[in-house]
Write a protein that binds this ligand. Structure first.
Ligand SMILES: [Zn+2]
Length: 85
């Protein structure tokens, strides 16, 4: 992991390790009035143009989580993440 991305992992070292994610369009999963945040950096997902539209989602026994593409790419190796079709 690059030095510049280390902040994304702070406090989250043991969270969502070895998870499998799906690359999804937020609007396909949620109503227009809803939004979610990337659990690592807080980036907002919604159907609004100024927010993120696409991201990685994972359903675990701990809930339904969204991760933005930047965090996903920065952390996938250290986290052991995979992507399903
Ligand atoms: Zn993020």
């Amino acid at each position: 992991m690059l030095e510049k991305d280390k902040w994304r992992l702070t406090g989250m070292e043991d969270f969502l390790n070895n998870e499998c994610f799906k690359y999804q369009n937020f609007a396909d999963e949620y109503e227009d009035t809803e939004h979610e945040h990337c659990i690592f950096c807080g980036a907002k997902f919604s159907s609004n143009k100024e927010d993120l539209q696409w991201g990685y989602s994972s359903t675990t026994r701990n809930g339904y989580w969204w991760v933005c593409p930047e965090c996903f790419n920065a952390l996938k190796d250290v986290k052991g993440w995979t992507v399903s079709e």
